[in-house]
Design a protein around this ligand. Structure first.
Ligand code: WT7
Length: 672
């Protein structure tokens, strides 16, 4: 872990914001579930002091169990053997669909807002149940059973949700791969998870453009023997999209053969529900393992209490189902509570910047959940569109994925919330499964820029990264860790429990390490400062600089490279890649366009290896990289130079090649 960007902040004197009266007036029950700070504190203390009783009661209240659990919690963070709801059995699909389909068959479960607004439609809980059963029937026929892994590579359409729940219905494990990943990234994930079946579509539609989804699948799965069947949803129906006989089958044709109801397969609370791959600071992506019982409870409880979501509300998560936000807050949270969820396939800019606001007006959405990066874009280029729509149905505005700067918080509050809403800045991770630190809407005051207070059961701690000691009391800065197990925490890394231990539980024994720098202010409110490792957050997408470096170094011209994340006005962070070439003469070619061409090629290399969202903002070709005497690249120097903070380079005494610094400075100057 690098210490060099651990910034110590002065006490934050931002004023607390009380919940606006309009928020309560607009609520169906004229009051939030958690009434005030005292009630939050009482529940929070119970959840920490007696987690077995607290979460045992919650699990029985909010989830349907086919078999009751016999013990609520065992294991410790120290040993990495945490287990919740032992011997309990349940099915996530039953909890999200069947029980609501029986109670309220005609209630809307999913609202599909398609890329082209003409293609929008809604699905009731009853219809959703039938559609899931048919897909589950197909999978069952192909031999998918409890514990098998199924890959899903689909854009944000109802079929993605149906596919996930069909897999869960059979007690199998879904592994969704974001449909922006390249063929190579898809392959790595499918192979690592050992998927037998992949569910995908012919082509995707996004921002009016067609994406060749199936072609990427064909390329990625070429030679992958473990995949016996591919189910292809015809999103566009283009007959040119190739199908491999004996392996590829059309969704509609196969579903037509299946019954409308097949039973759920209950699984143990500790059996995996899904894998989701995420980037760490080193090595290949990790398949984060989430369990059926604990994960589902975390999703349901945070959705209910953080967002104060009532059954008649309409929840709009702009995040894609390819990331954890889509899993927890487009699918499992809202549907487990029987609430309607909007599935948005397009972009905030298509066909114009009024898209989000039109959706909110059209469906009277009460909750809107988005990454700050989208708000920065709207603020910059699409603000004029907001006033054209009536978005007064909104009550809660969520923010996720990266810190929201206080000025953007204020803008969100005024322009979108009309100062009538609660802003929920929610800090969490793929590994945490659900919110770690977030306001409980209506329960206590917020503070612009702070994720506020820990959720029930989250025993948050700030640790001094130098000596590993917990810093108690307020007004402290360090790294964020969690001191006791919570139900939705990841239980393992797929096929690599040792890596799980080393990444999360070994850095500070007895604690779960989040990887983030954070502070706790004089009011006990938490401020997330950004990652303490080499993870970069571009537009809310998590990337590791080492993944990007691996992709770049595969290019034959590159001898060595280092990627760093720097602050960016639009995307939060952006990637700057520094590289030295094998053939030094190429650094000063006779024709400068050759260099330009090479830079473009290198950017394409990253897009091709990982996906378009990982593109470096700049590629800077240098003679050499700054390194220590032991040969380690000093990324801190590169970060400071590309952030225009050259005067703060700090201690350079360990630098083996100080003469490189002025050269790096002029190379950066020439680029920006
Ligand atoms: C990392 C996790 C959580 C779903 C999307 C991202 C950063 C997340 C916040 C926030 C400041 C945040 C952290 C975290 N992060 N939410 N509200 N304020 N930083 O999930 O891809 O697993 O990334 O995102 O650095 O560790 P992820």
């Amino acid at each position: 872990m690098t210490m060099d960007h651990l910034i110590v902040h002065e006490a934050h004197n931002v004023a607390m914001r009380d919940t606006p009266q309009h928020f309560y007036d607009k609520q169906p029950s004229r009051g939030s579930y958690i009434k005030n700070k005292d009630q939050y504190t009482e529940w929070y203390n119970q959840s920490i002091n007696n987690p077995e009783q607290f979460f045992g009661n919650m699990a029985r209240e909010y989830l349907h169990w086919d078999k009751d659990f016999t013990k609520t919690l065992t294991g410790s963070l120290e040993k990495g053997d945490v287990a919740w709801f032992l011997n309990g059995e349940l099915n996530a699909c039953y909890n999200c669909v069947d029980r609501h389909a029986f109670a309220n068959p005609d209630k809307i479960a999913l609202i599909y807002e398609a890329d082209d607004e003409k293609d929008n439609y809604k699905i009731t809980f009853n219809e959703l149940l039938t559609r899931i059963c048919k897909v589950a029937g197909v999978l069952q026929k192909w031999g998918v059973k409890k514990g098998d892994t199924v890959g899903i590579y689909l854009p944000m359409t109802p079929e993605a949700i149906i596919a996930m729940l069909a897999v869960a219905r059979l007690g199998a494990i879904h592994s969704v791969i974001f449909a922006g990943f390249s063929a190579g990234s898809l392959k790595d994930r499918i192979v690592d998870a050992g998927c037998k079946v992949v569910i995908t579509c012919d082509e995707g539609k996004r921002g009016g453009k067609t994406v060749n989804i199936k072609r990427i699948v064909d390329e990625g799965l070429n030679g992958v023997q473990s995949v016996s069947h591919i189910l292809v949803f015809q999103r566009t129906g283009n007959p040119q999209v190739p199908m491999t006989a004996g392996r590829d089958y059309y969704w509609d044709a196969e579903c037509a053969k299946q019954r409308s109801y097949i039973p759920c397969v209950p699984i143990n609370a500790e059996d995996p529900l899904f894998l989701l791959y995420t980037s760490g600071s080193t090595g290949s992506p990790k398949g984060v393992v989430h369990t059926a019982g604990g994960y589902l409870l975390g999703a349901a409880l945070t959705t209910r209490f953080v967002f104060d979501l009532h059954p008649e509300d309409v929840f709009f998560t702009a995040g894609d189902v390819g990331w954890i936000t889509g899993h927890t807050y487009a699918l499992y949270g809202p549907l487990s509570l029987g609430t309607s969820s909007i599935i948005f396939e397009s972009t905030p800019a298509y066909p114009d910047y009024g898209r989000y606001w039109r959706i909110i007006e059209r469906y009277q959405a009460t909750h809107f959940y988005v990454a700050p990066t989208a708000m920065r874009l709207i603020k910059k280029v699409g603000e004029a569109e907001i006033s054209k729509y009536n978005i007064s149905s909104l009550r809660v505005l969520g923010s996720v994925g990266e810190p929201i700067a206080p000025d953007l918080w204020e803008w969100y509050n005024e322009k979108i919330g009309n100062e009538n809403c609660v802003i929920c800045d929610t800090m969490w991770q793929t590994e945490s499964g659900s919110h770690l630190i977030a306001p409980l809407a209506g329960a206590f005051p917020t503070k612009p820029g702070s994720a506020t207070l820990p959720f029930f059961g989250i025993n948050a701690a700030i640790i001094d990264p130098v000596n590993g000691q917990e810093l108690t009391g307020n007004d402290v800065e360090g790294v964020l860790a969690i001191k006791s197990p919570w139900p939705s925490m990841a239980r393992s890394v797929w096929n690599d429990h040792q890596r799980y231990m080393e990444t999360y539980l070994k850095p500070y024994p007895g604690f779960y390490f989040t990887g983030d720098n954070a502070g706790r202010d004089h009011d006990g409110y938490y401020w997330i400062r950004g990652r303490a490792d080499d993870v970069v957050n571009v537009s809310g997408h998590r990337l590791s600089t080492s993944e990007i470096e691996v992709a770049l170094s595969e290019h034959p011209a590159v001898s060595e490279c280092a990627a760093v994340g720097i602050a960016d006005d639009l995307t939060g962070q952006a990637i700057i890649a520094f590289l030295a070439l094998k053939n030094e003469e190429m650094e000063h070619p006779a024709n400068p366009e050759d260099l330009q061409l090479l830079r473009r090629e290198l950017i394409m290399k990253v897009r091709g290896s990982i996906g378009p969202f990982a593109s470096p903002k700049s590629v800077i070709i240098v003679e050499d990289l700054p390194r220590t005497r032991s040969g380690k690249i000093m990324r801190r120097v590169l970060r400071k130079i590309s952030s225009n903070e050259a005067e703060e380079l700090g201690d350079l005494s360990t630098l083996a090649n100080p003469e490189i610094v002025p050269k790096l400075l002029s190379a950066v100057d020439a680029q920006f």
